[in-house]
Structures are given as C-alpha cells and as structure tokens.
Design a protein around this ligand. Structure first.
Ligand code: SF4
Ligand code: SF4
Length: 317
C-alpha cells in the first residue's frame, strides 16, 4: 500500500537537514542505448532500478548543495602570473561523502517508521540521477544538461536510494522549460556546444593520452569547467572561478597530490591526470618560463603525461 506518511517523514527530514527529497517509482526508464560519459554500458543496470534491489518499488532522490570548505588546497591561490583554472570538484571537500552520509541518515530515519531494504548510489555510473530527480519532481533538466534542483538551483549534488517501499511518485515538475529563450550557456560553450563527449569537464577527467583537439579544447582549465553553471542566469549563488598555481602543480609529488586533492572529488583520477592537465594548461597558455618544469615530464613513463609534455613544449617553442 502506498504510504503518504513515509514520504512526508522523508521530506520533513530533508527540510530539517538542509537537503531536498522526492520519490519516483522503480519502473524501468526509457534511455538511449549509448551511455553518457563514465556511465555503465549495461543498459539494464542503467535503466532498471530493480536490477539493483530485488523487489524494488521506489527510488528516493535527494539534492543538496555541495559541501563548503574553510580552506582550499595550497595550489589554489590568488591569481598570479602562472595560473590556470580549477573547478569546485577539485577544491571543495568530496561531495560524494556528504551525499552518501545524508542518504544513510535518511535511511536510518525511515527505519524508525518502517522496515525496508535499500541500496544507495552517489554518481555510481548506473542509474541516471538527473532523470530520476525529474521523475521524483525535485529538479528540471536545463538547456545546459544540468539538473536544477527546485530548492538549490544548478549548484546541487544528487544521490539516490532504491527501496522496496511503496511511495507516492512526485512526477515531473509542471514547468518543463525553465530556460525560456535564454541561451547564455550555449553561447559560452561554443567549443563543445554543450555536448557531453566534448565537454571540457569530461575531457579533463579522462585517463591516458588525450588527442590534440582535446588538449586544445581544455584551454586554461586544469580540472573541470563549470562555466555553464557559473554564468547561468538562474544561478543565484554563482561561485567565483578559482585559480591554481601551475608552478606548484608541475612540481607536485605524490604526497603533495594526496595532501592537496585527496579530500576532493578529483582524487579518483589520481596524480597523473592532474599533472597531465597542468602541463596542457601551461602549454595552452604558452608559458615559456615554465618550460624547465615541463621538459622533464617528456621522459615520464606515464604516456598521458609524456604526450602532454611534448604537446606543451611544441606550443611554447
Ligand atoms: S562544463 Fe564547460 S565545457 Fe562542459 S558543458 Fe559546461 S561550459 Fe561547456
Ligand atoms: S544559462 Fe540560460 S539556457 Fe543555460 S541553463 Fe541557465 S537559464 Fe538555461
């Protein structure tokens, strides 16, 4: 039997704890066969919540603002001569940890009222969080492809809990096109035209050797991009862009990488990717004074790093 009381309890708990929550049914979703970047190729696992929990009946979706930091990693400093850009993914505390703990706290709260089974995902690469957030009635998908939470706008992070509870499904929000005629983000993202595979944020998170067009497209971005979120006319809490010191990144040891980025959502890619990207950004900036820090990386055993060094030195010389 569908329980309205449990959904009320979920929404109240979310409200009291600084996040937003809704529920969708656990019926299979209609998705493209081709997965989005970093998502599973298994269409059944992406489309059908029931493959993750036998007897699943609902999916609770939550949205929350990213965690704030009272300090930033040492390479994030005031802009200077040898600086490039870095997104909040690489300087704020890892949002996966915050969202996962909110989901767990919510599950424990529900357990005080009902016995149930559940499994949680945060950016798990299986079920599409944005599609489910729309189905649960807590978000819209904007022209930029980002999910706009009803409460927190585009600067939100999503998490999902597949459950065997029967909950009332929120249903898509009434207003479908929240962007109207605005195309600020599309105009600002000429390079990738808002396409996921050409997105700079995606490119900077790819592993290994990047193609020359990918390296060109990165411009001065070391990790992530966020431009479409930052400039969005509906974003009332737009973050400033942060600057990262390329001199420090080009000479970064494995220990420093752990100290500077180990607590961020960038940590899953490792030092090689961050170093490779810093080299590419220095090349795209044509930073000749940094050539002596780039040159040793041309001999790196990591092919992504050595290819980036060859590219950067060619740009500088
Ligand atoms: S993150 Fe940057 S590259 Fe990606 S869609 Fe937004 S503006 Fe375009
Ligand atoms: S910038 Fe404009 S078009 Fe892009 S997501 Fe924001 S409101 Fe929509």
């Amino acid at each position: 039997m569908i329980s309205k009381n449990i959904l009320r309890l979920i929404k109240n708990f979310a409200e009291q704890n600084g996040f937003e929550a809704g529920a969708a049914d656990a019926q299979p979703l209609e998705l493209n066969a081709e997965p989005a970047p970093f998502c599973s190729r298994d269409i059944k696992k992406r489309a059908d919540p029931r493959t993750h929990l036998p007897g699943a009946k609902s999916v609770i979706v939550i949205a929350a603002p990213p965690p704030e930091a009272d300090f930033y990693p040492p390479p994030v400093e005031k802009p200077g001569r040898h600086f490039a850009y870095i997104s909040s993914l690489a300087y704020l505390p890892d949002y996966h940890i915050k969202i996962k703990s909110l989901l767990e706290a919510l599950a424990q709260k529900i357990k005080t009222a009902a016995d149930f089974n559940y499994v949680t995902f945060v950016d798990g690469g299986f079920l599409p969080e944005r599609t489910l957030a729309v189905k649960a009635g807590i978000a819209h998908i904007a022209k930029s492809g980002m999910a706009f939470s009803n409460k927190y706008g585009p600067d939100c992070r999503l998490g999902i809990m597949v459950t065997d509870l029967e909950l009332e499904c929120g249903g898509p929000p009434a207003k479908k096109n929240i962007c109207g005629k605005c195309r600020i983000c599309a105009d600002a993202c000429k390079g990738s035209n808002l396409l996921p595979e050409a997105c700079v944020s995606y490119i900077t998170q790819k592993k290994g050797v990047l193609s020359e067009p990918d390296m060109e497209a990165m411009k001065k971005n070391v990790y992530g991009c966020d431009n479409c979120v930052r400039i969005c006319s509906l974003n009332e809490t737009a973050r400033e862009i942060k600057h990262v010191n390329l001199e420090k990144l080009l000479a970064m040891s494995e220990t420093e990488y752990g100290e500077w980025f180990g607590h961020t959502a960038a940590a899953w890619r490792g030092r090689g990717v961050m170093l490779r990207n810093a080299i590419i950004a220095a090349g795209n900036k044509k930073s000749a004074p940094l050539a002596h820090l780039i040159a040793p990386h041309a001999q790196s055993p990591d092919p992504g790093v050595s290819a980036a060094a060859a590219y950067a030195l060619k740009k500088i010389n």
